[in-house]
Write a protein that binds this ligand. Structure first.
Ligand code: UDP
Length: 365
């Protein structure tokens, strides 16, 4: 059985790492890896392949960045001949990026089964491009693998047959647990002069936060206070950097000595930074999940989350973009001692193994 596995952007690489590794125990499956090129540079792509031992892609579509419509269309155009040449039985897509829906759509129209890993997550915020990608991909998938119970509930509510839905756990957590020991050897804390639990980590890249200078400015109002209290390490996503270059906010950040901006860091360095942080502030989906298992308090700078299990676990608080609310939540975290976390079911490092086992059963290989 031949499966084409699609990746395009940073969070996809982290997810596919554990799936590609689980295929090694399934000799009946022949996996091929397709990199669409949505993220293509060293910091957001190559480094992840090296550090996470992801096999070299069999096929590179080399699409690159552009507007969402052009990018989605370019991926579809480049993926169709790959499908026609390789004639896979199934296509596996992960997450919620443009590559996910672009390749998913081409796959089903050419008669392949579509497997969606991380299905059913919903923020119910249709202004998020990722939410559109999630809803559309789930609607056309044959196998829907969920990370948390909310995903199963949403899919059932949307009329997806129960027999197609599988609660298997979280492949991003599989990868994290497998690399935790290696990440401890990272020297990033020493290189940055940081002491465990005496700094905060920040990531921001969602269009809703960084495209509008007024909203980004409000987040900066909160950060301005926090950086006086605690050093903030900010590995900056290229999208965020590009937006800062076009506004006065860049100059404002320069006046904040406690806010240290860096290039995006590799997976192992970032895992080490998160593990020893006092608090993480983020708008990332994956980071909300990783901090849950690391038992590090996470303040999500969004009005919603598609990952409510991270909130129920006790690690994550959705605090929005209002500076007063962010600061109140930050102070509450500072007053807390250790967190008591309830680990979401199946976030145990074996999700990819479950996915591959189910595929072997269903495809009789
Ligand atoms: N990450 C990383 N370096 C960074 C920032 C994030 O390795 O500088 C990792 C993080 O640990 C997680 C993934 O990138 O595994 C999350 O990617 P991102 O926030 O871009 O995507 P999202 O999860 O929001 O879709």
């Amino acid at each position: 059985m031949k499966i084409l596995n699609v990746v395009g952007a940073r969070p996809n690489f982290v997810k596919i790492a554990s799936i590609m590794s689980a295929y090694r125990n399934a000799p009946g499956i022949r996996p091929l890896l397709v990199h669409t090129g949505q993220h293509y540079d060293e910091a957001l792509s190559d480094l992840f392949f090296k550090q996470l031992d992801i096999p070299k892609p069999d096929i590179n579509l080399g699409v690159g960045s552009s507007s969402q419509a052009v990018q989605t269309a370019d991926i579809m155009k480049a993926f169709e001949p790959v499908m026609l040449q390789h004639k896979p039985d199934a296509v596996l897509v992960v997450g919620d990026v443009n590559s996910t829906i672009a390749c998913g759509q081409v796959a089903v129209k050419l008669g392949a089964k579509l497997i969606h890993v991380e299905a059913g997550l919903r923020s119910f915020d249709r202004t998020m491009p990722e939410e559109i990608n999630r809803v559309l991909t789930d609607a056309i998938s044959d196998f829907l693998f969920c990370t948390e119970q909310s995903g199963v509930d949403h899919l059932l509510h949307e009329g997806i047959q129960r027999g197609r839905i599988f609660l298997v756990g979280n492949v991003m957590i599989d990868t994290m647990l497998r690399h935790r020991a290696k990440a401890e050897t990272s020297r990033i804390l020493e290189m940055q002069g940081l002491k465990p639990r005496e700094y905060a980590v920040l990531t921001l890249h969602r269009p809703a936060n960084v495209d509008d200078p007024a909203i980004f400015g409000r987040i900066l109002d909160a950060l301005e206070h926090i950086q006086k209290d605690m050093r903030i390490i900010f590995p900056m996503h290229p999208r965020t950097r590009a937006n800062l270059a076009h506004s006065d906010l860049g100059k404002r950040i320069e006046t904040m000595p406690g806010l240290r901006i860096m290039e995006p860091v590799g997976y192992l360095d970032f895992l080490k930074l998160m593990t020893h942080a006092r608090v993480v502030l983020t708008d990332s989906g994956g980071v909300q999940e990783e901090t849950t298992i690391l038992q590090v308090p996470c303040l999500t700078l969004r009005d919603n989350t598609e990952r409510p299990a991270t909130v129920d676990s006790g690690a994550n608080q959705v605090v929005g973009r209002d500076p007063v609310k962010i600061l109140t939540a930050y102070r509450r975290v500072m007053d807390q001692q250790r967190l008591t976390i309830r680990t979401p079911p199946f976030w145990d490092g074996r999700a990819a193994e479950r996915i591959v086992r189910i595929l072997c059963e269903r495809f009789n290989v």
